[in-house]
Design a protein around this ligand. Structure first.
Ligand SMILES: Nc1nc2c(c(=O)[nH]1)N[C@@H](CN(C=O)c1ccc(C(=O)N[C@@H](CCC(=O)O)C(=O)O)cc1)CN2
Length: 296
């Protein structure tokens, strides 16, 4: 079998086009322009690229982008003051603090200072609790993107065996909650899981989010399974830097029914879902119906 390649780049472009159409309507019919504030502390090169892309794509969708770039030695107090101002600003519907933060800043404290209604990353403890109890919340962007691709490929996910390899707060845990919400039978596995290969081989849906290049070989994949690779690992090979997923792509693609590539799979969906969440936050803040198909 050769797997169908799930093209995250093309899917993300469709999501952004949908967001842009909703934004045009919001402006025309309600005089509203969704606004997204992105806060970057320090000069991590990868974070700078992600923040630049977020700003660019926000504007391309017709929304307002507010970029706040702070020095690496910014104090926690100054960062919390900025977030308080953004919480109070009615032109700002979404707030995101780019991670990772420099080591002297307490990420949990900073994230939990964001108004949960504006927490478009879905990382605030209130949103985590709402998602965990099946209530309306802001949903973390990367797992939301994975869910959209899975729903598009399968239609219904009901009754499927889903294995999520990885237990991070940002991807693994919310991914498992979302799959449970769509009536999958969900296993959360991780690097210390006993007989991990056997656990993976039972998966109709295998989501890899461990952060280790090519940790999952092709013979851990059930024939016909759908493989969603969340890993983005920069690896030096033959004197070149290569971007590798958590799944050994060629081996997995030979047995899977469908697979996301790295790059061009889950990654582009992360920013597209951030824009979708910003639109959703704006609609909720103004008592308007939420855009269909862009939330969990
Ligand atoms: N506050 C947040 N911080 C971080 C998040 C997040 O969702 N919220 N996620 C990641 C970084 N990230 C967005 O912020 C992100 C990562 C990767 C991509 C992407 O499109 N990747 C491309 C490859 C790009 C490359 O060459 O590096 C792909 O997979 O095709 C977009 C966004 C951590 N921080």
């Amino acid at each position: 079998m050769t797997a169908k390649v799930i093209d995250g780049k093309a899917f993300a472009a469709e999501v952004r086009a949908q967001v842009a159409r909703h934004v045009t309507r919001l402006k025309q019919e309600n005089g509203l322009t969704p606004g997204l504030a992105v806060v970057l502390v320090g000069e991590d090169p990868a974070s700078e690229v992600y923040v630049r892309n977020k700003g660019k794509q926000t504007v391309e969708c017709g929304m307002t982008s507010f970029e706040h770039k702070l020095e690496a030695d910014t104090s926690e107090g100054d960062l919390l003051d900025l977030i308080a101002r953004l919480n109070a600003d009615s032109a700002v519907h979404g707030i995101l603090v780019q991670l990772p933060l420099p080591g002297h800043l307490n990420s949990d404290l900073v994230i939990n200072s964001i108004d949960p209604a504006k927490d478009v990353d879905g990382f605030h403890i209130s949103n985590v609790g709402l998602l965990g109890t099946g209530q309306k919340s802001m949903v973390p962007c990367t797992p939301l993107g994975c869910l959209m691709m899975l729903r598009d490929h399968h239609g219904s996910l009901s009754g499927l065996n889903a294995v999520v390899v990885g237990r991070s707060n940002i991807v693994g845990k919310p991914m498992a909650q979302l799959l449970l919400g769509d009536s999958c039978t969900v296993t959360i596995a991780h690097s210390r899981t006993k007989d991990l290969a056997e656990v993976c081989r039972r998966a109709d849906i295998l989501v890899a989010a461990v952060g280790r290049a090519e940790m999952i070989p092709g013979d851990w994949v059930k024939p016909g399974a759908t493989v969603i690779d969340v890993g983005i690992n920069r690896v030096e090979r033959d004197g070149k830097t290569r971007l590798l997923g958590d799944v050994a792509y060629d081996g997995a693609a030979a047995v899977a029914g469908a697979i996301t590539p790295v790059p061009g799979g889950v990654g582009p969906m992360t920013i597209a879902c951030l824009l979708a969440n910003t639109l959703t936050a704006c609609c909720r803040a103004n008592g308007l119906p939420e855009p269909e198909g862009l939330t969990a």
